[in-house]
Design a protein around this ligand. Structure first.
Ligand code: OAD
Length: 235
């Protein structure tokens, strides 16, 4: 029997213990700024400097030496390295903590904070510093067309074809540290429910808990290493 095919979805909760704020918990990012001011194409057209400022601050925070992958990121990287069957880690997070932990079979469906995209030539470039309304594109040289390589509300998430293919084959689906409120990711559990064992790992119950076969509550740094150990023990 081939090993079960795994799809793992992560959200901001997995990075909370690394020091990055979530969006919707008390004190989360969306309690401090409005989505429609910083995370839509319309906001960027209206006030690009403000949008750049929001993502520049988040990029800077990510560069803080105190912000490091935690035990949950590391456990998922180990699972990726050791899982004998198909495996895909789909993250909604724009941080690079899964990458830094060593995950390889990984897709960033909402983009990456440490990349910039040219709206003129479409080149995507690694980006460590600030972006501004005058930044030039390293690929085409055009100035003023650079944007964060992140998906905004109203835009289509990245890599949806590869994600759909993995969900089609999936035998075990786990959602970790996500409120399950943002589509399309919020709909993945319903898409696989007819064929896969579904597990939610979250510090608390969510609006979507009832959609999963099993819920494991607790901090990601506790629940994820245990979940990974259980999966590896069963193969
Ligand atoms: P949310 O902020 O909506 O949800 C974070 C989830 O993590 C909540 O359900 C918390 O209970 C849980 N959580 C918090 N700390 C945790 C911990 N230590 N261990 C385990 N769970 C914990 O974040 P997301 O679901 O990721 O999109 O949000 C989805 C999308 O909405 C984001 O990718 C972003 C946002 O707007 C865009 O910007 C396009």
């Amino acid at each position: 029997m081939p090993a079960p095919s795994l799809v793992i979805l992560t959200g901001a909760g997995i990075s909370a213990e690394s020091g990055l704020a979530t969006f919707r918990d008390a004190g989360g990012l969306w309690s401090r700024v409005r989505i429609e001011d910083v995370a839509t194409p319309e906001a960027f057209a209206r006030d690009p400097a403000r949008v750049h400022g929001f993502y520049n601050a988040r990029r800077e925070q990510l560069a803080d030496p105190a912000v490091q992958p935690n035990a949950a990121h590391r456990a998922l990287a180990e699972l990726d390295a050791r899982w004998p069957g198909d495996f895909l880690l789909v993250t909604q997070n724009v941080d690079d903590l899964h990458d830094r932990a060593g995950s390889k079979r990984l897709l960033h469906m909402h983009g990456e904070l440490r990349k910039a995209r040219c709206t003129r030539c479409a080149a995507v470039t690694p980006w460590a510093g600030d972006l501004s309304t005058t930044t030039s594109c390293p690929a085409c040289g055009g100035a003023g067309g650079m944007r964060p390589h992140v998906v905004w509300f109203g835009e289509i998430p990245l890599e949806m074809d590869r994600i759909a293919a993995a969900l089609d084959e999936c035998d075990i689906f786990a959602a970790i540290g996500t409120s399950g409120l943002v589509h399309p990711a919020a709909g993945f559990v319903a898409e696989v429910a007819h064929r896969a064992r579904t597990v939610e790992l979250n510090v608390d119950r969510t609006d979507g808990t009832r959609l999963f076969d099993e819920a494991r509550h607790g901090k990601a740094t506790d629940t994820v290493p245990r979940f990974v150990a259980d999966l590896l023990a069963a193969t």
